[in-house]
Write a protein that binds this ligand. Structure first.
Ligand code: SF4
Length: 560
């Protein structure tokens, strides 16, 4: 028996349906689908290739009475959306693939008990690491969690799948993952929107500890249910309009087919001959027996999937003499995005072509904006000998590249301080953790607490530019005083740091202190035991009036 606290939410009347299609990216299509599906809530953490989803929703949130925000990190983004969906309303949460590592604890533990309203988690994978530390494939998380995963092949499918994903989530009481990859996320194709849902159920927070209080005896029961549900989910996927099966290849003497998913589908449609069969896998859990049947009906099957060779590995197990070609057979490159020239060679049965010849174009590394205060900081660090400099994700990591190259390594969000803790524990006495403000809020606070608790001797250089600059300037909790009212300072960063109990927190403006002053400040911090925070405060130039016309910094003017 469940008890509930009902909160009534006014029904909306919206109809944004366009009578003709618009050419938009899959990111935008996901955002419009979520709005048209009647979401009440949308949370996200920025990162390539999914940032545009939330940017689009934020532009339309007020009109649609949607609470939309950039969360402090992906775990909080997921948890808050989860609460909305448990309460019976629809919620969208989006992040990049490494963001799901941060949200994984909440995500994995939420799947057995599931949701009541629709919960859609959009994850953007980066198979070629265009802007990511790794190429991880979110389908692995689907297999770990038992959730549903849908993989759009273009923007229209991103719209249709996302729209339907809310209903699927409600029908199966499970979160649904929409897996985008870089090319589907950014590729623009025509999208026809459908009539928006014009009503929203009341929010009702259930009191069901027998379902949501996941102690072991509850979990064991819920996992049984989750396992049983996999067959139903597979049936739904196969019957959905997103699964495409063509058996033209069976007419030939040597029967050939292509097995594809996501961006592999348009690549197959464009390049694979019409006398080949085709099976498009719409997502997971796709039934093994259908894959086996398709593979065994053919003499040769080419697998086109973006990311890891998961489908290919599965069908190899059941191929029974069918020649399976793909990344594992080395017909397609093991790393990076699917390449048309490799697909064409695999179709023709010729060896995988070598990468294109070097065109002698100069390598273009990302650069720090010309008048940014980071120049003075990194020029100063270049002159300080014998320091260990673990650093972090964001604009500040540009100091690891020429002309400065003053960083020893970048691992994950917040890792600079965690790695610094290990260095200090091993007795390194000149440790400088370098981290930006957005990353500090995201995952830098826990290791700073550990450093203080353990009494480590280390310095944290906290580069506060008042925004998540590298992903386009999303807000952080303490935006500079000059920011517009909705973004004005809410958290006092220096006070927060001091409350943790660091030995000292010294605030400085790089343009006032200059290179020599910064060098002196950092160097002298190593002489003092305990945890010291050097708090750089200089608003990101992108949000500073006159920035674009100001003088660029030159290494020759180091004293400045
Ligand atoms: S985006 Fe902002 S913080 Fe990043 S390098 Fe440019 S001015 Fe500096």
């Amino acid at each position: 028996m469940s008890r509930s606290l009902a909160v009534t939410v006014a029904e909306r009347e919206i109809d944004q349906t366009t009578s003709s299609s618009e050419v938009i990216s899959a990111d935008e299509a996901v955002a419009f689908a979520a709005l048209d599906a009647g979401i009440a809530y949308s949370s996200a953490y920025p990162g390539t290739p999914t940032t545009d989803i939330q940017e689009t929703i934020l532009k339309h949130a007020d009109l649609n009475q949607v609470k939309a925000l950039w969360s402090i990190n992906e775990k909080v983004a997921y948890e808050s959306a989860l609460a909305v969906a448990i309460g019976g309303q629809r919620a969208l949460v989006s992040m990049k693939q490494v963001g799901l590592n941060v949200a994984a604890d909440a995500f994995m533990n939420s799947c057995p008990a599931g949701v009541n309203g629709g919960l859609v988690l959009v994850v953007g994978d980066e198979p070629a690491c265009h802007s990511s530390q790794n190429k991880q494939d979110t389908r692995h998380y689907r297999n770990l969690s038992g959730a549903v995963l849908l993989e759009p092949s273009d923007s229209q499918e991103a719209y249709d799948m996302t729209r339907e994903a809310f209903a699927v989530s409600e029908r199966f009481s499970l979160p649904v993952i929409i897996r985008l990859t870089t090319r589907t996320a950014y590729g623009c194709t025509p999208v026809l929107r459908r009539k928006a849902r014009n009503s929203r159920p009341a929010f009702s927070w259930p009191k069901q500890p027998e379902r949501f209080f996941i102690v072991p005896q509850v979990s064991r029961r819920l996992f049984k249910r989750l396992l049983e549900r996999q067959v139903e989910l597979g049936d739904w996927l196969v019957k959905s309009s997103y699964t495409v099966r063509r058996l033209d290849g069976l007419q030939a003497r040597y029967r050939r087919g292509v097995l594809c998913t996501g961006i592999g589908y348009p690549l197959a449609k464009e390049n694979v001959p019409h006398n080949w069969s085709l099976l498009k896998v719409a997502g997971e859990p796709f039934p093994d027996d259908l894959l086996s049947e398709f593979v065994r009906q053919h003499d040769e099957v080419l697998v086109l999937e973006e990311g890891d060779p998961l489908l290919e590995a599965r069908v190899r197990h059941v191929s029974k003499g069918t020649k399976v070609r793909g990344r594992l057979s080395d017909d397609l490159t093991q790393f990076g995005e699917l390449q048309v020239r490799e697909i064409c060679a695999a179709i023709e049965g010729t060896p995988r072509p070598l990468p294109p010849p070097n065109t002698d174009l100069p390598t273009r590394l990302p650069e720090i904006c010309k008048p940014c205060g980071y120049h003075k900081v990194f020029a100063a660090l270049k002159e300080i000998p014998d320091i260990a400099t673990p650093s972090d994700i964001g604009c500040n990591s540009l100091g690891g590249m020429p002309p400065y190259s003053v960083m020893d390594g970048v691992w994950a969000m917040g890792s600079s301080i965690g790695v610094a803790c290990g260095l200090a524990a091993m007795g390194h006495s000149r440790v400088l953790a370098i981290i930006g403000d957005s990353t500090f809020y995201h995952a830098g606070l826990p290791p700073l607490i550990e450093a203080v608790q353990e009494g480590y001797r280390l310095t944290v250089l906290l580069l506060d530019n008042g925004t998540a600059a590298m992903t386009g300037g999303q807000p952080v909790p303490h935006h500079f005083d000059s920011a517009p009212a909705p973004l004005a300072r809410k958290i006092d960063l220096a006070l927060l740091i001091k409350a943790i109990g660091v030995r000292s927190c010294t605030t400085f403006d790089p343009h006032v202190l200059g290179v020599m002053g910064i060098r002196e400040l950092v160097s002298s911090s190593f002489e003092v035991p305990g945890v010291k925070v050097l708090l750089y405060r200089s608003q990101c130039g992108l949000f500073t009036p006159g920035y674009h016309t100001s003088e660029p910094f030159s290494l020759k003017q180091k004293g400045g």
